[in-house]
Design a protein around this ligand. Structure first.
Ligand code: IMP
Ligand code: MG
Length: 179
């Protein structure tokens, strides 16, 4: 079935906000090497645009990690497992976790706990979207692109049943009585 997707954040708005975040973070990490950890798959499009928008005053390295918490359902199961671990050690690195969206906060809480044990020099979180009303556990998020209402959103990396990740904007499903 095809769902009707309504735009929440346009392509142009996203590009402007991603640049703002990148400029702010460039200023804060000037002269350092920033190690970006992309949480697959949802964060991949945000991560690419964000990494390109960082200024030359920071050196950038990248790694990827995949965790699963949802399966194909739309409600948090509370179970988080590592599907793909990082390739490199993060000891003594200045790590920035790149997230697509923080909902219950469970994924991030789990990630932070295991990554902190690996002794990075610093670890911060940058999420494109935040749904503060859905928070179940308390996690400190350092950089937020947009706070959004408690809608199920798709596009710009975010999926519903693995689809819609390629949309260049953030949208929500209009006829969403199935949520
Ligand atoms: P949390 O553990 O509940 O914070 O969920 C985080 C993960 O759930 C995100 O990284 C997404 O992969 C997924 N997720 C949460 N809300 C949405 C949404 O509105 N659309 C698509 N994926 C979502
Ligand atoms: Mg994610």
């Amino acid at each position: 079935m095809q769902f009707k997707i309504k735009t929440l954040i346009t392509k142009e708005e996203l590009s402007e906000r991603v640049q703002e975040l990148a400029t702010q973070i460039t200023n804060e990490y000037k002269g350092k090497t920033l190690h970006l950890i992309c949480v697959l798959k949802g964060s991949v499009i945000f991560m690419c645009d964000f990494a390109k928008a960082l200024g030359s005053e920071v050196d950038v390295t990248l790694d990827f990690m995949a965790v699963s918490s949802y399966g194909n359902a739309k409600v948090s199961s509370g179970i988080v497992k590592i599907v793909k671990d990082l390739d490199e050690a993060i000891e003594n690195k200045d790590v920035l976790i790149i997230e697509d969206i923080i909902d219950s906060g469970r994924t991030l809480q789990y990630l932070l706990q295991i990554l902190k044990e690996r002794k990075p020099n610093s670890i911060k979180i940058c999420t494109l979207l935040d749904k503060p009303k859905s928070r179940v556990v308390n996690v400190k998020v350092d950089y937020v692109g947009y706070e959004i209402p408690d809608y199920f959103v798709v596009g710009y990396g975010l999926d519903y049943q693995q689809k819609y990740r390629n949309l260049p904007y953030i949208g929500y499903i209009e006829n969403d009585d199935f949520i």
